[in-house]
Structures are given as structure tokens and as C-alpha cells.
Design a protein around this ligand. Structure first.
Ligand code: C2E
Ligand code: CA
Ligand code: CA
Length: 264
């Protein structure tokens, strides 16, 4: 099994170099819904690799390799650009959606990330306030001083920041207060085990929502799959949800159908 894993890995790594050139990557978009209005107000871009021989690969199969080989830099740039282009299209159709992109650790620490975002926003004509960067606690806590500087620069541009997978990393609450964060994204592991108000994870979700609100942030729950979870989250005044109950990540055409159904 180990041999097979290593062989697969090396072949993925070699192919990854050619994949950007060959335009084998694609983005899927997962809608985010406002819990108060029931409308779609944004989406998260999720990358897929459409390989010629192995079909469509999920991010865990290639993002770690892309990170190690630095290919995440050009790939990440492509993801930001495609997200802005797509969101601008929806804005021009009258849907003012917020677009969230996942930023990897290497990308975040890359010195010209700001420049890339700035020029991409300019070129694609997307208003900065409709771009949101998703960063994990691990990335934020890696070098706190540097993080504060980078986050402040991002905020100056008008771009939004959210903490992804909140509750699974090692956030220090005192830093949480110092970071200019717009949105807390409660990790799906807490949401998936929320069945009723007595579950321990329901209590955690409740507390995270309060924490976010008290710190002046919006809170989104991810991995929402059932109506019970929606009801509990509504009770705790969670702002937004994302998950299979609304839709799995879909392509542009399928997303347009969701917009027609849920946005008027
Ligand atoms: P993530 O950012 O936490 O993304 C959420 C993952 O949960 C996605 O998996 C999504 O398809 C899945 N998901 C959404 N709703 C539900 C639900 O209701 N139930 C369940 N069980 N799962 C749900 P995906 O697309 O395979 O992405 C996995 C991870 O790969 C992401 O986790 C993120 O860390 C990374 N990733 C994805 N796209 C990108 C990207 O463009 N750049 C970078 N750097 N990382 C990415
Ligand atoms: Ca994410
Ligand atoms: Ca997440």
C-alpha cells in the first residue's frame, strides 16, 4: 500500500507541473445562505483537478503536493483570478455575491500576495469588499506578528477575512481579538454531530456564535446537512450557513439554476 501511495504521489507531482499549462484545474462553487432571509449571498470556490487519466481529483490528493513544491503559488493565483472573474459575472447579472477563496499557508506568507490580489481585483473589476480570504487558525497563529501586519494590509485594501475550520486549531483568544477578522467559520466537525440542543457540539456551536458576535464578527456554519441543524443554528442567531442541505459545490451552470431558484 505504501509503495502504491508513493508511486501515485510521484506521478501526481510530475503531472501537476503540466496541469496548470494544460488548464486541467477547475473551480466548483458552493453557495452560502443568509439564515435570516434564506437567500444565497455568497459562495466558496473549491478547486478540482480534472486529470486526463485519473478523473477528477479532490484537493487533498494534490494541494499538499502543490504546497511542498511551491506550485500552490501559481495555482493559488489562478484560483483567485478565476473566482474574481466568475463573481464579476454574477455581479453583472445583478447578484451581489461575496466570493470566498481558501488561502494556503505558503500563499499567505508569500511576499507578493497583496500585489496579486490588488492587480487581480483591478483587472477583473470586482469590488474588493466582495472578495473574502479563508485562513485557518494554524496559518494565522504561525507567526503572529507577521500575521497582524498582513491582515491589516488586506483590510486596508477592503478585502474580507474569515477564519476557516474554527475550533480545530490552536487559536489564542487574545490574538483573536487583535486580528481584524470579519467572519468565523465554525468547523463542520461540530456541525455534523449537532442533532439536538443537548449535544455537546451543539453547545460548542452556540458558544462560538456568541463569541464571534461579541467580537463583532459574522458567523457562518459549514457542513450543514439537516433541517434540525438549521433550526438549532437559527435559534443561536448564526448568520450564514453552507453545506449539502443548500447544495454541494457545483459548476457555474448549476449555480445559475440555484440563483434563479433562491435569490429573488
Ligand atoms: P474546506 O475549506 O474546509 O472546504 C470544505 C469542504 O467540505 C469541501 O471539500 C466541501 O466540498 C465539503 N463540504 C461542503 N459541504 C459539506 C457538507 O454539508 N457535508 C460534508 N461532509 N462536506 C461538505 P473539498 O472541496 O474536498 O475541499 C477540501 C479541502 O481542500 C478544503 O477544506 C480546503 O482546505 C482545501 N481546498 C479546497 N479548495 C482549495 C483551494 O482552492 N485552495 C486551497 N489552498 N485549498 C483548497
Ligand atoms: Ca474553506
Ligand atoms: Ca472549512
Amino acid at each position: 500500500k505504501m509503495n502504491k501511495d508513493i508511486t501515485e504521489r510521484i506521478s501526481n507531482e510530475n503531472n501537476l507541473y503540466k496541469a496548470i499549462e494544460n488548464e486541467e484545474f477547475m473551480l466548483l462553487f458552493q453557495p452560502q445562505m443568509d439564515l435570516n432571509t434564506g437567500k444565497i449571498i455568497g459562495f466558496e470556490s473549491l478547486v478540482r483537478w480534472n486529470t486526463p487519466d485519473k478523473g477528477v481529483l479532490a484537493p487533498y490528493k494534490f494541494i499538499p503536493i502543490a504546497e511542498e513544491t511551491n506550485l500552490i503559488i501559481p495555482l493559488g493565483e489562478w484560483i483567485i483570478e478565476q473566482t474574481c472573474i466568475q463573481n464579476k459575472k454574477w455581479h453583472d447579472m445583478g447578484f451581489k455575491l461575496t466570493s470566498a477563496v481558501n488561502i494556503s499557508g505558503k500563499q499567505f506568507m508569500q511576499s507578493d500576495l497583496m500585489k496579486i490580489i490588488k492587480t487581480t481585483l483591478k483587472r477583473t473589476k470586482l469590488d474588493p469588499e466582495y472578495l473574502e480570504l479563508e485562513l485557518t487558525e494554524t496559518i494565522l497563529m504561525d507567526d503572529v506578528k507577521k500575521t497582524v501586519d498582513i491582515l491589516n494590509e488586506i483590510k486596508t485594501m477592503g478585502v474580507k477575512i474569515s477564519i476557516d475550520d474554527f475550533g480545530t486549531g490552536y487559536s489564542s483568544l487574545s490574538y483573536l481579538r487583535e486580528f481584524p477578522i470579519d467572519t468565523l467559520k465554525i468547523d463542520q466537525s461540530f456541525i455534523s454531530s449537532m442533532h439536538n440542543s443537548k449535544d455537546a457540539d451543539t453547545a460548542i456551536a452556540n458558544i462560538v456564535i456568541d463569541l464571534g458576535h461579541k467580537l463583532g464578527m459574522k458567523v457562518i456554519a459549514e457542513g450543514v446537512e439537516t433541517q434540525e441543524q438549521i433550526e438549532l443554528l437559527k435559534n443561536y442567531a448564526c448568520d450564514k450557513i453552507q453545506g449539502y442541505i443548500i447544495s454541494e459545490p457545483v459548476n457555474e451552470i448549476e449555480f445559475n439554476l440555484l440563483l434563479d431558484k433562491k435569490s429573488e
